[in-house]
Design a protein around this ligand. Structure first.
Ligand code: PEP
Ligand code: MN
Length: 348
């Protein structure tokens, strides 16, 4: 059950009054801070008709929603349906594709490669910078990341003014990222169903304005499983969730994964959350990234998360294989905008 107050948020006296009512039914109230409006979720066995009636009767309540859904907060019909995710100065998916770009992995020994890439990507027109500080590597002997790299991406944010996206895999990394006020916390495909981590991220980032980019689990997960994972974040108080299809396994022969940008309309039909497709991990080769990006925008994606490096051959992690140059990024953004505009013409 969700409550929307008449004002932009409930005052403490009103919260106490509702707490008293819901506690009689063994339920709790949770504040979910949207950009302009707070909504409140009633958690627990919240289907009591009497509780519904008593809350709906309060003079300061605009609406009480009781929708039947496995993901009642992420559901398109929920009180959050007009919630818009704000990252830095951008409202994700509003006027043009929201583009996150940057290397797979920040090389802590070559900070200038990252900083120069960041400047070139700003010039190319990206809306946010990505960069792996800690890396989930299949091979335990591959480069695993370095706390030092967080300083480099912070410097890039300071110099470019662009918001930053960093993947976190555990509580310690989450604490460091939160201290750095990372604008987008990324949850990778390997942790996409790590419900304890999702809960912790949702709880610690609630009310901070941070976004969360949730990748799709790499096995072939149904749209509902994907959306339900995002529900964990929102149910802990952070509604700034973006869903990120990034290809599934088994891979299509020749690609790194099985491209899955076609899941986008199914997600957008069921949930209000923006969809940001990651073509880089999907196809896994720089030469196919453009086609996958255009396809994603045609399918209705709100944006893209693309690996890009000023000199891919000198990059680490996935960069030598799948990063595109900032020059290609600029061309890609221009082409995506054309499809985006066409999409709206078709709709009107
Ligand atoms: C990444 O973004 O570099 C990454 C590791 O992605 P994924 O979790 O999708 O593999
Ligand atoms: Mn990568």
């Amino acid at each position: 059950m969700m409550i929307i107050p008449k004002a932009s948020k409930l005052d403490s006296k009103q919260i106490k009054e509702i707490e008293k009512i819901v506690s009689e039914f063994d339920c709790n109230i949770l504040e979910i801070q949207g950009h302009n409006q707070c909504v409140y979720a009633i958690l627990g066995d919240e289907t009591h008709a009497l509780m519904f009636k008593r809350i709906a009767g309060l003079s300061y309540i605009r609406k009480v929603d009781a929708i039947e859904s496995p993901y009642k907060l992420m559901d398109r019909r929920s009180a959050l349906s007009d919630h818009q995710v704000q990252v830095g100065i951008s409202t994700v998916g509003k006027d043009s594709p929201f583009i996150i770009g940057g290397p797979c992995t920040i090389d802590p020994n070559e900070p200038s490669l990252y900083i120069d890439t960041a400047h070139a990507l700003k010039e190319a027109g990206v809306n946010a910078l990505r960069g792996g500080v800690w890396k989930p590597r299949t091979n335990p002997y591959s480069y695993q990341g370095d706390n030092k790299a967080i300083e480099i991406i912070i410097q890039a944010r300071e110099e470019t003014g662009l918001p930053i996206d960093v993947e976190v895999m555990d509580s310690e990394q989450l604490t460091i990222a939160m201290e750095a006020q990372v604008d987008i916390l990324q949850v990778g495909t390997r942790n996409a169903l790590n419900y304890s981590l999702l809960k912790e991220i949702g709880k610690l980032s609630a009310g901070t304005g941070s976004g969360v980019l949730l990748k799709r689990g790499r096995h072939v997960a149904s749209p509902n499983e994907f959306i339900a994972a995002a529900e964990y974040l929102v149910a802990e108080g952070n509604p700034n969730v973006m869903l990120c299809p990034r290809g599934t396994t088994p891979a299509l022969d020749g690609y790194r994964n099985h491209p899955d940008e076609s899941i986008t309309p199914l997600l957008k039909n069921r949930t209000w959350a923006p969809v940001i497709v990651d073509p880089s991990h999907s196809v896994g080769h720089a030469e196919y990234v453009l086609a996958c990006s255009l396809s994603a925008i045609a399918y209705g994606a709100d944006g893209l998360c693309i690996e890009s490096h000023i000199d891919p051959a000198r990059g680490i992690g996935d960069d030598p294989k799948q990063a595109i140059t900032p020059k290609r990024m600029k061309e890609l953004i221009a082409s995506c905008r054309e499809i985006w505009a066409h999409r709206y013409q078709v709709k009107d």
